[in-house]
Design a protein. Structure first.
Lengths: 111, 114
């Protein structure tokens, strides 16, 4: 079952903040975040592991609530380059080799 | 380091035909995963290959199959194409050195079934 992402879409002005949420009905070992720009391949942003470890880009912050099987991605002081569709991929096998992706959150940053 | 490459980039087929897509992972990466991306369903996992063995499989019919060669290149085959198979097919490679490592996606193959 796919994780549920919210909101489905959001429009920001440059400099504003946004939070994208990802919620799963299954127990998770890790959550993976990717951003995809139109016509391009998804690009890795961050991995959040059970136990609190994180791996990813320094400018991106995120949280992982293991008890609620929820993750949130925090985009602060947004830039035009942040525009794209954000996907969370959940891992409930512990191997990170089979990710179940949400349907995405479309983010548009305007001037 | 060269990225993940996929060929062909675009493909048009008719119902009932079969198709083979190719993916060359980043040098040194032995894990290759395949995903189907459609506007309605998003990114859906098809299967993962590691060292020529299928390690994981998603919920797709048997018409979807794959294989991996000794040089880690992978192919995906779809037989008896249906209109609903029209999608962007992405492959992603991952370094096996750590379990929790980012996946590097290729540009995808856009398959249109008429």
């Amino acid at each position: 079952q796919q994780p549920v992402q919210s909101p489905q879409a959001v429009i920001l002005r440059e400099g504003e903040d946004a939070v994208i949420n990802c919620s799963s009905s299954k127990a998770l070992y890790s959550v993976h975040w990717y951003r995809q720009k139109h016509g391009e391949a998804p690009v890795f942003l961050m991995i959040l592991l059970k136990g609190g470890e994180q791996k990813g880009h320094e400018k991106i912050s995120a949280s992982f609530n293991e008890k609620k099987q929820q993750s949130s991605l925090y985009l602060t002081a947004s830039q035009l380059s942040y525009s794209g569709t954000y996907f969370c991929g959940t891992d409930n096998t512990g191997t990170a080799s089979k990710l179940t992706f949400g349907t995405g959150t479309r983010l548009q940053v305007t001037l | 380091k060269a990225g993940v490459t996929q060929t062909p980039r675009y493909l048009i087929k008719t119902r009932g035909q079969q198709v083979t897509l190719s993916c060359s992972p980043i040098s040194g990466h032995r894990s290759v995963s395949w995903y189907q991306q459609t506007p309605g369903q998003g990114l859906q996992f098809l299967f993962e290959y590691f060292s020529e063995t299928q390690r994981n499989k998603g919920n797709f019919p048997g018409r979807f199959s794959g294989r991996q060669f000794s040089n880690s290149r992978s192919e995906m085959n779809v037989s008896t194409l249906e209109l609903g198979d029209s999608a962007l097919y992405l492959c992603a490679s991952r370094s096996p050195s750590e379990t929790y490592n980012e996946q590097f996606f290729g540009p995808g193959t856009r398959l249109t079934v008429l």
